[in-house]
Each structure stands twice: as C-alpha cells, then as structure tokens.
Ligand binder design. Structure first.
Ligand code: ADP
Ligand code: MG
Length: 228
C-alpha cells in the first residue's frame, strides 16, 4: 500500500483523487469487498468487459470516467442495467457523444442485486487526525446527511458504537420484521478503513458510497480516494 501511495504522489506531488485503477490497487491491499470491475477505453473493450462481468441476470453497469470527475450520476455518467452487447455498445457511444471531450474511458461492473445503500469513509480532522464515518449512503446523502464518526484507530467497542449512532441504524440492525444486514461484514469494512487511515497519513479522504449491504454480504460499488 505504501508503494502505491509513493508512486501516485511521485507522479502527482500536489496529491489528488486516485484514478479507478490505482484506487482498486490500493483498496485491494486492505481486502475491501469491492465489486468486480474492469476498465474499458473503447466500445470493443466495454463489450468484452461486460461479457466477462455480467451478473447472474446478465446485467452490467457502465460509469464514465475522467480525471476530476466527482458526482457521476448527477451528470448522467452512470448507466445501470445494460443487457447484451448491443446495449453496451449503445451506452458507450452515448457516453462518448456526451462526454467525449473529457472522458478517458469507462468502468464496467456487474449490476449488483438489491441492498441497503450505506456510506463508509475517512476524513482528516485538523486537530484529531483521521475519523472513520458511517451512515446512510446513496445519491441522497448530501441532502439527508446522516453520518456518525469515531476517531481512528477504532476498537471493537468503537466500531459497534459507530454503527449504532446514525439515525439509519435500525436499517442495519433490523426493524419492522426486516432482519439485520451483514453486521460483521460492515464492521470489517469500518475496521479496515481505520487500519488504512492509521497506516497511511497521506490519506486525505476516502468514501465508499454506496456500500450495498444485504443480510449476508456487503459490496462496495463506488469508492473514491484522495491522497495528499
Ligand atoms: P456517483 O456517486 O459518482 O454518482 P455511483 O457509482 O455511486 O456514482 O452510482 C450512483 C448510484 O448508482 C449508486 O448510488 C447506486 O444506487 C447505483 N449503482 C452504482 N453502481 C452500481 C452497481 N454496480 N450495481 C447496482 N447499482 C449501482
Ligand atoms: Mg457514489
């Protein structure tokens, strides 16, 4: 992980957001449960990636990427539920027409099944250092801010308190007959974020939004990492 950080900062001395490939490499060193994904920089690569990654129902997701892109879906840069090579080609063509001047390629992922959209991340506090955040996720999080925070490193007690703190906690632990989500899987994500933040002082901020959580598994479908 330190080697990935040193390489990125060697090329970007002022720091910045990691591209998808570098982010995936760094997150891989901490074994986060990230969605399978592939990078494609033309239509043929996108079709190949889709064939390889299609989920059980044959569907994939395509996300345009260019350096500095932050809120993809707000710009219409996320296309969900593509089935078959024709739809994949059409979506790639459409993204190229709309964003071609900036777009360097796309990320292809399997369409993940239903789940509860949660948020997990790290920010740096000027006084206290790294904080681990947890709360409600999805594209509405900016309006419905519902996050709790604990100082890193998190103990086993901290991680449980952190997960009980946001208003969305009943969604995680079960309410109205809905059983709990994968609490051990979420705890593991938060503990690994804590570990990563403590290992890497160059980590300026990162967020997983959403972490899709279900009763038996969690998967990170969108990850952003900024180094300094
Ligand atoms: P951004 O946050 O930059 O707008 P995301 O990658 O988070 O883009 O995608 C926006 C939304 O699309 C997510 O909140 C989620 O609801 C949905 N989404 C993204 N990737 C997947 C996926 N692989 N499977 C299912 N839904 C997805
Ligand atoms: Mg997102």
């Amino acid at each position: 992980a330190r080697e990935v950080v040193a390489r990125f900062l060697g090329n970007h001395p002022e720091g910045g957001w990691l591209d998808p490939t570098t982010a995936a490499e760094l997150l891989g060193h901490y074994a986060f449960p990230v969605s399978p994904w592939a990078w494609a920089s033309d239509e043929a690569e996108a079709v190949q990636a889709a064939e390889r990654l299609a989920g059980a129902d044959g569907a994939v997701v395509m996300k345009a990427y260019w350096p500095g892109l932050v809120h993809k879906s707000a710009l219409g840069a996320v296309v969900l539920d593509l089935r078959g090579p024709e739809q994949v080609r059409a979506a790639y063509g459409d993204l190229t027409r709309r964003f071609g001047d900036h777009m360097t390629g796309v990320v292809v992922q399997p369409l993940a099944g239903r789940g509860t959209e949660l948020f997990a991340g790290v920010v740096q506090d000027a006084v206290f250092g790294p904080l681990v955040l947890f709360g409600l996720g999805g594209t509405a999080t900016e309006v419905l801010t519902d996050h709790a925070a604990r100082l890193a490193p998190l103990t086993d007690v901290d991680v449980r308190e952190l997960m009980r703190s946001p208003r969305c906690a009943p969604l995680v632990f079960g309410h109205r007959g809905g059983g709990p989500l994968d609490v051990p899987g979420l705890e593991q994500v938060l503990l690994r974020l804590s570990r990563m933040a403590c290992d890497l002082p160059e980590l300026a901020e990162m967020d997983f939004n959403p972490v899709l959580a279900r009763a038996e598994s969690v998967v990170v479908v969108d990850a952003r990492v900024r180094l300094r």
